[in-house]
Design a protein around this ligand. Structure first.
Ligand SMILES: *Cc1c(COP(=O)(O)O)cnc(C)c1O
Length: 379
């Protein structure tokens, strides 16, 4: 596991001490991850997925770091995310909006230079009408559903629209894309099934550049790369192939401040619901992070933190603003109020926390809250 820059024990005075925790985002690690993905998908353009404010890490800093690493194509989910990103990246960058134009918003795309991903016949009509109105064939991507049943033109939509050569003429079709349901499980039969289905759809859309790969699919091999890959999670260090060694650099560390430390005797309860009861004398540290900061309540009684590399388990329930840790055995000199405890960093990866919480690294990352003091290093 790769270390990221890590704050010292005492959270320094000023803003960091006033916040409960410090979130450090390593822009060099994100840039290095971009370059590794570009290497793995050599021959394809590699875009950067920026939805949910760059998976919670802050598009305003992450996007310029990716630009410096050579990225010129970006994806957001929503129109307003695309508008914000337009003010951050160079004018010649392409910004795709995955959800396409909600009814009545086609003009926003034109004004802000955004490229919609058209997902249903209504969006195709909306975009075509705008192009007809202004007398220009504006760029758009077309998404087809290859088996995930979430977004994109379904087989019935394609049948209803008729010959693509007719309806594609209304605009400038720059990308044909689809999305995989099971790319993180390399030998899942859905991968080959969706790829074959995608190839069959591509045959009806000759000469359109194609895109199928998210982060995990970049690691499924060249058959999945097509002309453009669209990784998000891997840029931010999430393991694209769970169960295999993670080739990517960890991009975040999170350190929370100790608020208070106490000794409790056998039989004493800790936290809401009195779910933890001490079996002997224990030392309990309360740290300044909770579920309102995105530290999932599912980590109650099962999450972990680290003090100088020593594992300290969560004792009791995760509260809104605090967590109680069993720090028995940690020297008092290291448990003073204001000192920091590692929640993400060299000893604990986002994916480790996700496994303990029964979720995926994506959810852990995107929940990381707005109350932290954020520090960007590198870039
Ligand atoms: C979120 C998303 C991606 C990026 O997926 P990762 O697994 O984070 O790499 C790519 N394409 C689409 C359509 C998405 O919704």
């Amino acid at each position: 596991m790769n270390a990221v820059a890590h704050p010292t024990h005492i959270v320094d005075p000023g803003q960091a001490a006033r916040a409960g925790a410090v979130l450090t985002i390593d822009l060099d690690a994100i840039a290095a991850n971009y370059r590794l993905l570009a290497e793995r998908a050599a021959g394809a353009v590699v875009a950067g997925v920026m939805k949910a404010d760059a998976y919670g890490l802050g598009m305003a800093r992450v996007a310029p770091a990716l630009v410096r690493a050579g990225c010129r194509v970006f994806f957001t989910a929503h129109v307003d995310e695309g508008i914000r990103l337009r003010g951050i990246v160079p004018a010649d960058s392409t910004i795709y909006v995955l959800h396409g134009p909600p009814p009545g918003t086609a003009a926003d795309f034109l004004e802000h230079g955004l490229t919609p991903v058209l997902n249903d016949p209504g969006q195709v009509r909306e975009w075509s009408a705008l192009c007809a109105r202004i007398g220009r064939r504006l760029a758009a991507a077309v998404q087809a559903d290859s088996g995930m049943s979430r977004m994109g033109l379904a087989p019935a939509d394609l049948a209803a629209l008729g010959d693509p050569r007719d309806w594609l003429a209304a605009f400038d079709p720059v990308l044909l894309m689809s999305h995989l349901a099971c790319a993180d499980v390399p030998d899942h039969p859905m991968n080959a099934r969706q790829r074959l289905r995608f190839d069959a759809i591509r045959a009806q859309f000759p000469a359109m550049p194609a895109s199928l790969a998210n982060s995990s699919a970049v690691f499924l091999g060249p058959d999945f790369h097509y002309d453009l890959a669209r990784p998000g999670a891997a840029l931010y260090g999430i393991n694209p192939q769970p169960g295999h060694a993670n080739p990517l650099r960890q991009a975040v560390s999170l350190d929370a401040r100790i608020v208070q430390v106490r000794t409790i005797e056998a039989g004493a309860a800790v936290g809401y619901g009195a779910r933890y009861v001490a079996e002997g004398t224990r030392r309990i540290a309360t740290i300044a992070i909770g579920y309102a900061d995105g530290w999932l309540r599912a980590l109650s009684g099962r999450g972990s933190a680290y003090i100088d590399g020593v594992h300290v388990p969560v004792a009791g329930t995760v509260s809104m603003d605090s967590i109680t840790l069993d720090v028995t055995g940690i020297p008092d000199a290291r448990l003073q109020p204001g000192m920091s405890v590692e929640l993400l960093g060299p000893h604990q990866h986002v994916d480790d926390v996700a496994a303990e919480a029964g979720t995926i690294g994506y959810e852990v990352l995107t929940r990381l809250g707005a109350r932290f003091e954020r520090r960007y290093v590198g870039g």
